[in-house]
Design a protein around this ligand. Sequence first.
Ligand SMILES: NC(=O)c1ccc[n+]([C@@H]2O[C@H](COP(=O)([O-])OP(=O)(O)OC[C@H]3O[C@@H](n4cnc5c(N)ncnc54)[C@H](O)[C@@H]3O)[C@@H](O)[C@H]2O)c1
Length: 247
Amino acid sequence: MKTSIRTHDGRVALVTGAGQGIGQAIALALAERGARVIATDLRPPNDTVEKIGPSGHALELDVTQEEQWRSVAGKAREVGEVDIVVNNAGYFPNRSIDDLDLLTWRKTMATNLDSHFLSVTYSLPGMRRKKWGRFVGISSNMVGLAIPGMSHYIATKMGIIGFMRGLANDVANDGITANAVLPGLINTQATALQSEAEKRATWGQQAIKRLGDPEDVTGAVLFLTSDDAAFITGQAIVVDGGQYRIG
Ligand SMILES: NC(=O)c1ccc[n+]([C@@H]2O[C@H](COP(=O)([O-])OP(=O)(O)OC[C@H]3O[C@@H](n4cnc5c(N)ncnc54)[C@H](O)[C@@H]3O)[C@@H](O)[C@H]2O)c1
């Protein structure tokens, strides 16, 4: 049974890629815990905000575009200064190294990594004023798996872990933490194209033998963005039913 404790009362949380999948689940979970949520996506994620109710706000944000981060930072101030940023939007085409072109490489870097830097640029001043803040980067347990065709993606998902580790040092004195969450295979539109056999092969490697749901990822994010995790920073938490065991 889900708890309804209001661990995030008074907080303003911005979630990227919140129109569906893991990002939507995170936005809903933060709202359920009391946060006012700024749900963002390539198009304003109105479905997500309808589910949240009056404490939700839908904004357009292509995470690769600096001017859109600037504009969202301005609009977000009407809701309140952002306390929590969950960078979830991701780009993950499968391309073997022989087929990988520079355009795909750069789009993967821009979506999965530039976004984190830009979110810090536009959220850090407000967090510093409040002496409280939380950055969570959605990485992937694929950084530790032998999955072909994903070198560009794995580079960015390791990059997120590295950026959170480094960022943690620079913001620690301001009551701000930075951590990464590494989901395993999760049932979203992104993974819907995989055959049942492929999915079963993955969860056969897990201790908990089932496909993860987007809601399975929210617990780690709620914890890391709460006051309970004030002394946890620069960490990478794997949420994959026990597939990948070395963190
Ligand atoms: N599903 C999985 O098995 C899985 C496993 C590990 C990690 N992840 C990570 O979790 C995150 C979410 O994955 P998902 O499965 O929910 O994916 P999804 O495709 O269901 O949703 C991704 C969302 O991000 C948005 N998005 C894409 N590019 C964007 C951009 N440039 N700007 C703003 N929004 C953008 C999309 O519109 C979409 O709403 C990704 O970072 C992914 O790498 C997913």
